[in-house]
Structure formats: C-alpha cells, structure tokens
Design a protein around this ligand. Structure first.
Ligand code: GDP
Length: 433
C-alpha cells in the first residue's frame, strides 16, 4: 500500500499520465463529490504491488491565481503522498512555475520523481537534461499520450514504496479515525492518546508524515494515522469536499484498521454511510465507534437497540464490532484497543487449505446449491489466495451459477468456522481449467 500524488503546473499532462498509471481501473468507492468521476483518485497496481494515485490537478480552488492553485496542489501532495510525481513539459523547458513547484517540493522530505513529459520519440530525448537544474533529481522521460516510459516510472514508484515498506514496523498496528465533522474524532484521538500512552518520537529522516502518532499500549505498538486535530487548521482548501474525501481515502489506504466514528447525539446520517462505505470498500479491518454515549438517553435496552439499528443502516458492515464510547468521560475508550487488535489479527489470518475445504464440503452438504442461471454450481476445491482482507478462490464448474445469496451463505460459514470478526472477506469464484 502507498499513496502517490501527481503534481505540476497546468497542461503538462498530469491527467494523461494518471490515466496511463491507473489504466481502466476506476476507484471502487462511489462517486461522491466527483472524486472518481473526475478521475482524481484511483487504485493502481504494478508488479505485485497495489497503491493509490491522486491527480492533484483535479482539485481546484475557485477564482484562485495560478500560483495559489499550484501551491495548494503541492501542499496536498506533500501532506497526503508517500511518493510525489512531479510532471514538467519537455517541449517547453523549465518555466517559472516549474521552479516554484520544485522549491515547494524540496522543502518536504517526501521522495520526488521528476517526470519529463511529451518526449514522444528519441529526437526529443536530449531535452530532458536541462531539467536537472530543478534540483529534484534525475529527470525521467515519458510520453503520456504515447504511453512511453510509463513502465520505468512505475518501477521507480515501486522502488520508493518498497524502501518505505522496509522502514515500517512489522509489529505495529496502524489505524485511522474517520467520520463526518464533529462526531468527536479529535476528542477520541486525545482520549486514546491519553495518560497511559507512551509516545514514541518520530524518527528523524523517515518519510512518514509527522501527523502520524505512534504509541505503545499494553505492550502493543500502534500508530494513529493522520491524527485528527493535529493538522494546522485554517488552510483554505480544508473545506473543499473533494479534499476531505481524498484525505479520508488516503488515511484508509495507510491504515490496517479503520475506526468509523458515529455521533450518538445526532444518530446515523447519510454522510456516515459514505464514510463507512469507504472503509468497507478498502477491505481493511473496521471497528464502529458510537461516540457521545454520555449524551444518549438510555435504559438497559438502548445499547441493543442501537446495535440493531447500526447493522440495519450499514448492512455490509455486519462483521464490524461496535463500541459505545464517550470521548468526553473516557467511557469504554479502553475497549477500543482489543477490538483493533482482533480486527488486525483476523484481517491477516491464513487458514489451512484442508480445513477450508472441509468447511466448504460441510457447508454444501448442509445447504446444497440449487439451479441458478441455467445451471447448478459445483465447487471442486478452494484456496485462500491473500490476506488483508482474507481472500478465497472457489474453483467451480461455472461461476455464473453462483447466486449472491449462496455466496453470502458460504461467507457466513467461513466466518463461523474461522472467526473473521472485524474484517471483510472476499470470495472469488472461478472456473476450473
Ligand atoms: P471532530 O470534528 O470529529 O474531530 O469532532 P471534535 O472532537 O472536535 O468534537 C466535536 C464536539 O463534540 C466538541 O465540542 C467535543 O467537545 C464534543 N464531543 C466529542 N466527543 C464527545 C463525547 O463523547 N461526549 C460529549 N458530550 N461531547 C463530545
């Protein structure tokens, strides 16, 4: 996982390069505020690695000057990305705006890949050398419109992301706290990072954002990603809806587990469903935190009722545990940690192939498949092919005979057998060759 941001002045070819990098894949999240319609955020993969790409050119300030615009885009790249792809136009040489962007980027410690676009064939190759003067490293030639050099660019991105993965702490659980404004994300962060925390200082020279807060709790290392409320407030673009969605998406991308916070005082709102949807779609572990519990009128049945209501509203999140907290009084804040741990462990659980197949044979004996789409599904065998989330491939006579309700049934059987609380699981049905 990792986040790559593309920056550069207008018309250098950012979106062409973005499209080349992500191919036909569009983001799986629904199209809220044009984030996917405008194609400014998408998942990409190269070799065995998956990452997400932001085209900062798609985030615009109304009535802003070129410099204000590009400054904002560079800032967003610096804040959100693990690797920055800086695009210039090889046919025009260095412009004042390119120099401005270079200076902004140099101030960050994020790795920068300098891409010289519009090098459509070898006759333009020598044009790249003057860009050394920008002082942001070796220029690499590409042609977005012809699709030349994109592989080299992706190789370099993967190299950088691999380097950063080596730095990450294997036994550390990273999580982010997401939710609509005012649900209590900052208050909860403060409550979580309360007295018992042992803050581990950010190590100088690492590329990780200083906004991540590492700490240790009961011997377990954690990292709060994109710690709410710790950012400098008051940037003009904080209020752009696209930007706040991007921020939620990038925090999710960088986390193992997502805490979806709901305001108990107002109850569930439409926007909560979007937020919960992002978390679910990302395939990460999820814990639902129903906050401001101190403000809820309650008797001994309220918690059960709320629980039922939450699962009704977020049907797809039926695997997520719910904890009813008050960030204000600290009530049950401590109960969040074991849930994060459970979610994390289950999301990386691997099950034995033989046991998996036994469970599926039993499931089919108890509830045989029926005819659907003109045929009856036969499952020959299954394999777990991935973790985060646990992903199972069923080899069958024909995947089109798999009814979604039967898929759901199999998912439930796997959950019962192996315990996947707190994590989504994916089931893929293929035809056996
Ligand atoms: P954020 O925008 O999600 O970060 O929300 P904040 O943490 O800034 O909280 C918004 C408001 O709700 C503030 O006035 C908080 O004091 C209040 N708040 C947050 N959590 C709780 C809680 O558990 N109980 C009560 N009573 N108020 C809370």
């Amino acid at each position: 996982a990792g986040v790559v941001a593309i920056v550069g002045r207008a018309n250098v070819g950012k979106s062409t390069i973005f499209n080349r990098m992500v191919g036909e894949r569009i983001s799986i999240v629904e199209d809220v505020a044009g984030v996917t319609r405008d194609r400014i955020y998408a998942k990409a993969s190269w070799l065995t690695k998956e990452f997400s790409v932001i085209d900062t050119g798609g985030i615009e300030l109304e009535n802003a000057s070129f410099t204000t615009q590009i400054k904002m885009q560079a800032e967003i790249a610096i804040e959100e990305a693990d690797v920055i792809v800086f695009v210039v136009n090889g046919r025009e040489g260095i412009t004042k705006e390119d120099e401005y962007v270079a200076r902004l980027l140099q101030k960050s410690r994020k790795p920068i890949i300098l891409v010289v676009n519009k090098i459509d064939d070898n006759q333009f190759r020598d044009y790249i050398y003057e860009f050394y003067a920008l002082g942001v490293g070796d220029p690499i030639p590409v042609s977005g419109s012809h699709g030349i050099g994109i592989g080299d660019l992706l190789d370099q991105i993967i190299n950088q992301l691999d380097l950063q993965d080596e730095e990450t702490n294997e036994d550390e659980i990273s999580f982010s706290i997401i939710g609509r404004p005012n649900v209590g994300k900052s208050s909860l962060t403060n409550a979580i990072l309360g007295e018992e925390r042992v803050i581990v200082s950010n190590i100088e020279g690492t590329t990780r954002d200083a906004i991540d807060t590492p700490f240790v709790k009961d011997g377990q290392k954690y990292r709060v990603v994109d710690t709410a409320g710790m950012r400098k407030k008051g940037k003009v673009y904080e209020n752009i809806e696209k930007y706040s969605i991007l921020r939620a998406l990038t925090s999710i991308e960088k986390s193992d587990v997502i805490l979806v916070v709901i305001d108990g005082e107002t109850g569930i709102r439409e926007q909560d469903k979007h937020v919960a949807g992002y978390a679910h779609e990302a395939g990460k572990g999820v814990v639902i935190v129903y906050n401001k519990w101190d403000l809820v009128d309650k008797d001994e049945k309220t918690m059960q009722k709320k629980q039922k209501e939450i699962y009704e509203q977020f049907k797809y999140l039926d695997y997520a545990r719910i904890v009813f907290t008050s960030a204000k009084t600290g009530q049950r804040v401590d109960q969040i940690f074991p849930l994060i741990q459970e979610s994390y462990e289950n999301s990386r659980k691997r099950v034995q192939t033989s046991v998996l197949n036994d469970v599926l044979v039993d499931a089919q004996l108890m509830n045989p498949t029926t005819t659907f789409n003109g045929g009856r599904l036969k499952i020959f065998y299954a394999n777990q092919v991935a973790v985060c989330p646990p992903t199972f491939v069923l080899f069958s006579n024909d995947p089109q005979y798999l009814h979604f309700s039967y898929k759901r049934y199999l998912e439930n059987r796997l959950r019962e057998a192996f315990g996947f609380e707190g994590t989504p699981i994916h089931i893929i049905c293929r035809k056996r060759d």
